[in-house]
Ligand binder design. Sequence first.
Ligand SMILES: N[C@@H](CCC(=O)N[C@@H](CS)C(=O)NCC(=O)O)C(=O)O
Length: 137
Amino acid sequence: MMKLYNYFRSSASFRVRSALELKGLDCEYVAVHIARVDHRREPYAALCADPLVPLLDVDGQTLSQSMAVIECLDELHFCYGSTPTLADCCLVPQLFNAARFNVSVDGLPRIRTAFDACMALPAFQRAQPSACPDSPP
Ligand SMILES: N[C@@H](CCC(=O)N[C@@H](CS)C(=O)NCC(=O)O)C(=O)O
């Protein structure tokens, strides 16, 4: 599970909490009391070069800077909403390549779900190779 190191009064933390809520993502809340200067002491100080909150831990990778964290969340949770993202535009062609070169995606059910959702949309159907004018009949 993701962990958000943050402080309840921090506006930068609030941004990230809002983004997590909007996306419906569960996250462990780790309080770092900046008024007591906990962010400048161990264990938090060891986590980030820049001792500020918030900090998001995604599978052991830590991300700071709230705007970058939100952008990352948006990209990581590209594939679940009803609105396609840049990531979907990159993902779909890769799955076409995988099929063409017989690379199995059986172990990647979420990727498959995202792909299927994209391919249900006219935009991806119109853009697919077989719909291109230079595609062989
Ligand atoms: N640009 C950073 C700003 C982070 C920031 O300034 N956090 C404040 C709380 S809102 C903080 O940790 N302050 C502690 C300090 O300045 O020592 C971001 O958006 O994440």
